[in-house]
Write a protein that binds this ligand. Structure first.
Ligand SMILES: O=P(O)(O)O[C@H]1O[C@H](CO)[C@@H](O)[C@H]1O
Ligand SMILES: Nc1nc2[nH]cnc2c(=O)[nH]1
Length: 294
């Protein structure tokens, strides 16, 4: 245990040895090395079900992978083809509120890097703060705010392995402009562009949903949607040079007024995921088809 800056932690950060062990294990199982990673958000694991010629590897089989404890997250990697591209798909992610250290949450992205992943497509379920958003809309993430990050819950905290990336990586270009453009074009082609928004994702620690006062504060700060994931994955990916495109599904409208009697719940989140699964799958498949790899 160490005590620094008022934060008590046993976190020593990423262990390159552990990342290498995970990557070596996966390399021994696969014969095709994809360049695209996909992360399925809550209720969106159907994207992984569409993968063809599947090789499924449960997280508990992979050295140093933890398990997904949240309903709607299957907890397995799927290798195969989607939209004509070789992909590695995470059906289930790790969240800070599950009790995992920040580096554990971002760990799979380092493993992706060693496997040769160049682009990661991240999805999540989020509550819509922007009053123009409707349930079922997609929000292409153009930027983020991370409250856990501000509080020191940073995936890059601890020893920096320079072979992955610099000590102080920029995040001004976290969400790749060209990939966002391609996602918009894909939305047109998939005929879902009327649901497509561009916005700022705000990560909170969870697992409780926000109070009304908190949501009003997030709105004032410029957040368009709120969730409990994604940022540790994005920061880890960008640190080691993986390009990122990320899309939220607005699964519920955040309640910003008192006395409505309305309250969010995870069942509603999963239900919207179910209802919008096909549209999200179409969008992702279209994007992959249009993507040209170097
Ligand atoms: O971000 P994903 O994993 O999609 O899940 C979102 O949905 C859950 C809440 O219903 C939280 O875990 C939140 O982060
Ligand atoms: N924090 C948070 N996460 C979510 N995930 C899906 N909806 C929500 C929400 O309203 N708030």
């Amino acid at each position: 245990m160490s005590r620094a800056l008022g934060l008590t932690t046993s976190n020593t950060g990423y262990s390159t040895k552990k990342v290498q062990e995970s990557a070596e294990f996966l390399k021994s199982k696969i014969s095709i090395f994809p360049k695209i990673g996909i992360i399925c958000g809550s209720g969106l694991s159907g994207i992984g079900d569409l993968v063809e010629n599947k090789l499924v590897i449960k997280y508990e089989e992979i050295p140093s992978f933890v398990t997904s404890t949240v309903p709607g997250h299957k907890g397995q990697l799927v290798f195969g083809q989607l939209g004509g591209k070789d992909v590695m798909c995470m059906q289930g992610r790790f969240h800070p509120y599950e009790g995992y250290e920040a580096w554990v949450v971002g760990f799979p992205l380092r493993v992706m890097k060693l496997l040769g992943i160049e682009i990661v497509l991240i999805t999540n379920a989020a509550g819509g703060i922007n009053e123009k958003y409707s349930v079922g809309d997609f929000m292409l993430i153009k930027d983020h705010i991370s409250f856990p990050g501000f509080g020191g819950f940073n995936t890059l905290r601890g020893h920096n392995d320079d072979s992955f990336g610099p000590r102080f990586p920029p995040m001004s270009d976290a969400y790749d402009k060209n990939l966002r453009q391609l996602m918009h074009e894909s939305a047109k082609e998939a005929n879902v562009d009327q649901y497509m928004r561009d916005g700022v994702y705000c990560q909170v620690a969870g697992p409780n949903f926000e109070t009304i006062a908190e949501l009003r504060m997030l709105r004032t700060l410029g957040a368009d949607a709120v969730g409990m994931s994604t940022v540790q994955e994005v920061v880890t990916a960008r640190h080691c040079g993986i390009r990122v495109v990320a899309c939220s599904l607005v699964t519920n409208k955040c309640v910003l007024d008192y006395d409505t009697g309305l309250a969010p719940n995870h069942e509603e989140v999963l239900q919207t995921g179910k209802e919008r699964a096909q549209a999200m799958q179409l969008l992702v498949t279209c994007f992959l088809r249009k993507l040209s790899l170097s």
